[in-house]
Ligand binder design. Structure first.
Ligand SMILES: *Cc1c(COP(=O)(O)O)cnc(C)c1O
Length: 428
């Protein structure tokens, strides 16, 4: 596969953007390759500036559940932009999108729109702290909640109570208020509550973890977590930026029938345009300015073009049964993979739910971050290089999901299973 145009563009990009990118995973550093530069995308396919075609499993890291360039969403964006781009005042679209979110997420009685998932989480955490008048937040190792300071923290090895920032530039002062527990380990959470009695404002969790690869919550874990948090006077925040409108129209909470206090959304609710949202119980949300003491604002929050794209996307998901279609594609692919890869059961683990899949180069199951870390990264690197050259665009990291859409076809799946099988046979 010829990628000369990409190679040249990347050289230029590196002179004007740090690492040549606006978000680090795009640099392909973890796989030691030069990144592809994208020209355009349509349905399940993405095309680079050399004219190479790939079946896309990055799908903008989640938003594109309808596939790329959906005609209805294009029309919504075009129509909205003809009326002006941004007003600094309320529009009817915002009310409609808030209503749609509320209809599918009954726990979200009120919602605020923001510009990214990061912003949604940052604001939700401030709200939880303001509402409970407590400082500490518990997160789980391996869960990603955007790049706000409080969330860029993971545990120092073995010592769950010491919080070491995972980015330079995050002050110790901030990171000490972020406590880190182990996913699927309720005892680790109990310990943190014991050691910080009366000090924990809340817990934030990806109800299905998808930023350390796909890791599913074990039976009862989320329910126990909600009960434990409430017993200790804290709030439970579900970060459904990936899972919202993907695992079900009502996200993971709809699928598992659970009710968090606050929910963060993003990705799909903007259909590929920048957006985020946080919402929850009315009495909590009314702590926000201008009604309450917790400040929150945004010049472009509820931007009419992003909102129009979001409304059109959600309506199209409903109309097309897009979630079931994406799930069917994923199930078909997983079945082929499991059949084809039977002989490699002792080398890989396939985790999946709905339209999210991760193939870990580790045997014996993956239930938390330390399992994830046992994956063979060299195997993943080789795997990535092979499948990219064969025409699959997957995330250049072992710690991401493959995202399927309603536009992934049976032919796509057959080709994908064939390529993956070939790659794995070659490596293992
Ligand atoms: C992507 C993501 C975020 C951050 O959203 P951005 O729009 O990238 O700021 C937060 N939480 C989860 C679970 C995500 O997957």
């Amino acid at each position: 596969m010829n990628r000369n145009n990409s190679l040249n563009a990347v050289k230029l990009a590196e002179t004007v953007m740090p690492g040549g990118v606006n978000s680090p995973v795009r640099a392909f550093k973890s796989v030691g390759l030069s990144p592809v530069v994208i020209k355009r995308a349509e349905e399940s396919k993405i095309f680079d500036i050399d004219g190479n075609e790939y079946i896309d499993y990055v799908m903008s890291y989640g938003p594109m559940i309808l596939g790329h360039s959906d005609k209805r969403v294009i029309k919504a964006i075009t129509d909205a932009s003809a009326n002006g781009f941004s007003f600094g005042a309320t529009t009817e679209g915002e009310i409609e999108l808030a209503g749609l979110i509320n209809r599918h997420f009954p726990s979200v009685e009120m919602v605020r729109l923001v510009n990214s998932g990061t912003e949604a989480v940052m604001s939700a955490i401030r709200l939880a702290r303001g509402y409970t008048k407590r400082d500490k937040i518990i997160k789980f190792e391996g869960c990603y909640h955007g790049h706000s300071d409080s969330m860029l923290v993971k545990a120092g090895s073995g010592a769950l109570t010491t919080s070491v920032p995972s980015s330079s530039g995050v002050t110790e002062c901030l990171s000490k208020d972020t406590l880190v527990a182990n996913y699927n380990d309720i005892e680790s959470v109990k310990n943190l509550f014991l050691k910080n009695r009366g000090g924990v404002a809340g817990i934030i969790i990806e109800p299905v973890a998808a930023n350390m690869g796909v890791v599913l919550p074990e039976e009862g874990f989320l329910k126990d977590l909600i009960d434990l948090t409430h017993e200790n006077g804290g709030l439970i925040i579900f970060d459904e930026v990936i899972t919202g409108f993907r695992l079900s129209l009502g996200g993971a909470q709809g699928l598992f029938n659970l009710k968090p206090d606050i929910t963060c959304l993003g990705k799909i609710i903007g259909g590929g345009l920048p957006i985020g949202a946080f919402g929850g119980r009315k009495d909590i949300m009314e702590y926000l300015s201008p009604l309450g003491p917790v400040y929150h604002a945004g010049t472009l929050s509820g931007n009419p073009i992003c909102v129009a794209a979001g409304i059109a996307t959600i309506k199209a998901i409903e109309e097309d049964n897009a979630i079931s279609k994406a799930n069917e594609a994923a199930n078909y692919l997983i079945k082929s993979l499991r059949d084809e890869l039977k002989n490699f059961d002792d080398k890989i683990t396939i985790n999946s739910i709905s339209s999210l899949i991760t193939i870990f180069f580790k045997c014996g199951g993956v239930y938390n971050f330390s399992d994830v870390m046992k994956s063979d990264i060299n195997h993943f690197k080789k795997f990535f290089g092979i499948v990219l050259n064969e025409g699959l665009f997957i995330a250049p990291s072992q710690y991401e999901a493959m995202f399927l859409s309603s536009k992934h076809t049976q032919a796509d799946m057959d080709k994908t299973a064939f390529i993956i099988k070939k790659a794995i046979k070659e490596i293992l």
